[in-house]
Write a new protein. Sequence first.
Length: 338
Amino acid sequence: MGVDLKPIVEGHAIEMDTLNGKIVAIDAFNAIHQFLSIIRQRDGTPLKDSHGRITSHLSGLLYRTSNMVEAGIKPVYVFDGKPHPLKLKTLQKRGEIRSEAEKEWKEALEKGDIEQAFKKAIRTSRINEEIIEEAKKLLAALGIPYVEAPGEGEAQAAHMAMKGDADAVASQDFDCLLFGAPRLIRNLAVTGKRKLPDRHIWIDVPIEEILLERVLKKNEITREQLIDAAILIGTDFNEGIKGIGPKKAIMLVKKYGCLEEIFENEGIEIENYEEVRKIFLNPDVRDDYEIKFTPINEEEVVKLLCNEHQFNEERVRKAIEKYKKFANSFKQASLFDF
């Protein structure tokens, strides 16, 4: 979920075509979580095959990524590695929230409240090893590269963008900015229509671009100060200070300069703040990755989706055509290897 920076971060809507020809490092866990959350039936039940196996993630990867490549985007999915010990408390809390949501979802179904059931269901998504491995298998068959991070996927994606190996990072979380991503793209994997909670109203979800340089300039702070503000608010690695939101956090770092001065003058403290700061400034990342787009293995895709999971073959083959055109564009330009 990441840190809440929305009140102090200003982005602007862009069209998907704006990213034509750009390599975009996509936070894989974030995207898959979105697919599992929103690609569901009316009562909140995730898409499943005849054996009861969830397929929402495969549907999202196939069709949403096909829209990206059709627009000329070069997607690279980045998967999380081992979570930092300081994140374990957050992960445990998320598990408890999911368990409670599952209970409330079942209660809503028993009452016949379909709208409430769907609202609760989207909070029950769980990513397990089987889902991760299937996602990687599908991406390989589609010819779309992926990178396995040693730690946080967002950190690895940001590192790739800072090196110039990616033009932007795509994620719903603002943490990418803390990790140093120069250009953050939100809603890329979920662009389209979204229903407002508790209302029969659907709104457009535009793709949003956020530039780190603009965020820092607007708030008159450095990236280090943005990280300190995030620590005050609360991150996946630490609990923040009660009563301190994004705007107050920025005010404090501008007034005092850094956390140490804030602690001394405001009489507050945060455990392990130096380690959290280090996580964002010097994350565990790797340089031995390869971004290589390959031709789609059409029959492997059909085998995985249609034979194993009963996807509609006609729809799958229509999506496949987009990947074939994407691969052909690289052949013509002799740009298969990066």
